[in-house]
Design a protein around this ligand. Structure first.
Ligand code: GDP
Ligand code: MG
Length: 725
């Protein structure tokens, strides 16, 4: 005789498990107790198409946490006895609640069949359930049945045989639990990955989630497995719990539950359940969603919200930016007055103050922008944006789960491609993931913001918010087009259905908003204070040395003497001073051009000139590969080295606006080039890591730079024909 298959029947209390069990197994039942406890264990046997099937009726549970004996029994049975398949009995008339348990089987990576029970009840309540759609979205077989009448049971048995015929590996479901918990899970990885004995039974991510949930049974198991790391792991979870308590006033368990429900909601919302009756019991969140994610109203609201964000940011930060600029100008005047001329003074003024000051000057804008984003994120609106964008994303060969990486990378302006690249891990299809990975650096990350703001402020100051909005729109359009190109060529392949978490709306707490804003702003300041300071000084040195040859310095000295001789005895002090300054400026410019950085910049000018980009900007763009923030600081240094009069220290944006090499057309070309050229060095390293090969990282550098350059040349050449001359 063939060995029989073991099938576990699991589900919520009253979902109809026992009814199904009785109907399937008839009288061939055996009732016992689970070893050591008084929870009843029923087993029954059924022969179907020559195959023996042993059914085990598990205790009814709503969840698989460790809160009750029933939950533990169900969980332990599934883990230790390893049934060949789990039939998850689900009450079709109450899907949202019932599928909560299903998500947990899926997170364990177990083979599951959903038996959609009580279809008769659902029908009489006016619910229409598209079980085929549910099947695609959940990614597992869904069989509609009526346990009481026996309808659909043959199909269910057939499915059981089909599933167990071949041993298959099921990828555990990954639900995104939000930045804080995801970070904790990532931090737990090095420790958990060493618990090899536990990893034979549980997926690593699931163990991590359980630790964050403070599941006592799993804590004990982890402690037994690696006594030396357990406390560190718990401390790490504690940290996240405290942080969530402080920022959102919730426990991690609540967030985890919310995200699971969100996942289900997003599935059901895609036309799985519709009704023939008038809806009168919509919850507040659902009511809001009816408007906010409406086909027509939704995108309009989204555009208004984004535009509002920029208007808010620029109108509130304007005067603060001015004060900071004043402050750094004052600092430079002080240094200028207090120190003797020399390399140290030049380094402090041009390398440190102009460089770092240029970056810090944008702190107010960044701060207000981050504040606005924190409001959108904490309230739950951002998840709706992702939900709405999914349809568009599909068209371009991406996935709804690509939206979050895009937003994190700066899709609403002000993010970072590094966590964005990491966030692509939620994508299950390798090709969609690759396409997302390669296009997220197109977004306007927090480091590009200062450059965009600088150029927009200098050349298009009349409509700052509009231009910022357009820049965001452009970044999305280009990223999507590039993705489409990739998906039609090197990354050709199928697309997968969309499922994302739609957590309920929450009122953001003031405290949470402040902490989130501050965390991100502080990250930016810290970067300016360390990495940027280092690069800024290095670039200053490259822009200062080797200096002009003796002969040229002497030549300028001679010129100065000539000027003095010409003006001797005349009373036009102003003209005299101007003539002297002109000589100074010429010397400074030649000095910069002759420096190491200047030579690089000049040698690139032949090519970059096609896009109207001059040699000084080239220096900044090369520096920008190290970190995009450096672009502003390098421009600051490059243009202050050639500065004519330190007494009239003006802001960089005014200096650029006045420079003959710059105009609105070239500014636009540079702006677009900066938006799309090679990702910064750190991002490139992350892409290599995530893609598993340096080939893709190098590809992204080359692809993006060429793509950006073509755009910039187009803008410059067309713009020049239309608007210049
Ligand atoms: P369990 O707690 O999951 O074991 O659920 P039971 O099998 O005890 O069923 C709970 C109730 O639902 C009982 O009154 C059943 O008669 C009823 N029931 C089970 N299946 C169906 C079904 O397909 N349709 C309807 N209308 N009722 C059902
Ligand atoms: Mg029962």
């Amino acid at each position: 005789m063939q060995t029989s298959i073991t099938v576990a029947l699991a589900g919520n209390p009253n979902s109809g498990k026992t009814t199904l069990f009785n109907n399937l197994t008839g009288s061939r039942q055996h009732v016992g107790n689970y070893p050591g406890i008084t929870v009843e264990q029923k087993e029954g046997y059924r022969l179907h198409k020559g195959q023996g099937i042993l059914f085990v009726d598990l205790p009814g549970t709503y969840s698989l946490s460790a809160y009750s004996v029933e939950e533990l029994v169900a969980r332990d049975f599934i883990i230790n006895e390893k049934p060949d398949v789990i039939v998850n009995v689900v009450d079709a008339s109450n899907l949202e609640r019932n599928l909560y348990l299903s998500t947990q089987f899926l997170e364990l990576g177990l083979p599951v069949i959903v038996a959609l029970n009580m279809m008769d009840m659902a029908k009489s309540r006016g619910l229409i359930i598209d079980h085929a759609k549910l099947e695609t979205l959940l990614g597992l077989p869904v069989v509609p049945i009526v346990a009481r009448s026996g309808k659909g049971l043959d199909a269910l048995l057939d499915t059981i045989l089909r599933i167990t015929e071949k041993t298959q590996t099921v990828q555990p479901l990954r639900i995104n639990y939000g930045a804080d918990i995801e970070q904790a899970l990532q931090d737990l990885h090095p420790w958990l990955s060493r618990c090899t004995s536990l990893l034979k039974l549980y997926p690593e991510r699931w163990l991590g989630v359980k630790l964050v949930e403070h599941d006592t049974q799993i804590i004990e198991k982890v402690r037994a497995c690696s006594p030396e790391d357990a406390d560190k792991m718990l401390a790490r979870c504690e940290e996240t719990a405290n942080h969530l308590q402080q920022t959102l006033a919730v426990y991690p368990e609540a967030i985890i539950a919310d995200q699971r429900y969100g996942y289900i909601k997003s599935i059901l919302r895609q036309g799985v359940v519709s009704t023939t009756l008038v809806k009168d019991r919509l919850y507040t969140s659902d009511r809001i969603d009816r408007v906010v994610t409406h086909r027509v109203l939704g995108p309009i609201i989204m555009a208004l919200v984004l535009f509002g964000l920029y208007t808010f940011t620029f109108s509130f930060s304007g005067s603060m930016v001015g004060w900071l600029e004043e402050f750094f100008a004052l600092l430079n005047r002080t240094i200028d007055g207090a120190m003797a001329d020399g390399p140290l003074k030049s380094m402090l003024m041009s390398g440190v103050v102009d460089g770092v000051g240029g970056v810090l000057g944008f702190v107010p804008i960044i701060m207000f922008m981050f504040f606005g984003i924190a409001v959108l994120e904490d309230s739950g609106y951002l998840a709706r944006v992702a939900f709405m964008m999914d349809r568009i994303f599909h068209f371009f060969g991406l996935h709804g789960s690509s939206v979050m990486p895009f937003i994190i990378s700066g899709g609403i302006a002000g993010g970072c491609a590094v966590p964005g690249v990491m966030a692509t891990r939620t994508l299950r299809s390798p090709k969609e993931r690759m396409a997302t990975l390669l296009t997220v650096p197109f977004m306007n990350c927090g480091a590009k913001l200062p450059v965009l703001t600088l150029l927009i402020g200098a050349f298009f100051s009349a409509h700052q918010a509009w231009y910022m909005f357009l820049a965001t729109l452009l970044s999305w359009v280009m990223a999507l087009l590039a993705a489409k190109v990739l998906r039609l060529t090197v990354l050709r392949g199928e697309s997968t259905p969309f499922v994302m978490e739609l957590p309920p709306y929450r009122f953001p707490t003031a405290r949470g908003l402040l902490i989130h804003t501050w965390e991100r702003t502080w990250q930016y300041i810290k970067k300016a204070g360390t990495v940027i300071l280092g690069i800024s000084i290095l670039l200053w040195a490259m822009m200062t040395y080797p200096g002009l040859p003796e002969g040229r310095v002497a030549a300028y000295e001679t010129q100065r003497e000539q000027v003095q001789a010409q003006h001797a005895g005349k009373s036009d002090a102003k003209a005299f001073e101007a003539a002297l300054l002109a000589v100074d400026a010429a010397e400074a410019t030649e000095h910069l051009r002759n420096s190491y950085a200047g030579r690089i910049g000049t040698s690139l000018e032949g090519v970059s000139g096609l896009a109207g980009i001059d040699w000084r900007t080239n220096i900044a763009l090369v520096g920008g590969f190290a970190a995009k923030e450096v672009i502003v600081s390098t421009l600051g240094t490059a243009y202050s080295l050639g500065e004519v009069d330190p007494e009239e220290s003006t802001s960089l944006s005014r200096r650029l606006a006045a420079d003959s090499n710059w105009n609105a057309v070239s500014a636009l070309a540079v702006l677009v080039f900066i938006m799309f050229y090679a990702p910064c060095f750190v991002t490139v390293v992350c892409i290599a890591k995530e893609a598993g090969s340096w080939k893709w990282a190098l590809f992204s550098v080359a692809f993006n730079t060429i793509f950006a350059f073509i755009l910039a040349v187009l803008i410059y050449q067309v713009g020049r024909l239309l608007f210049l001359n």
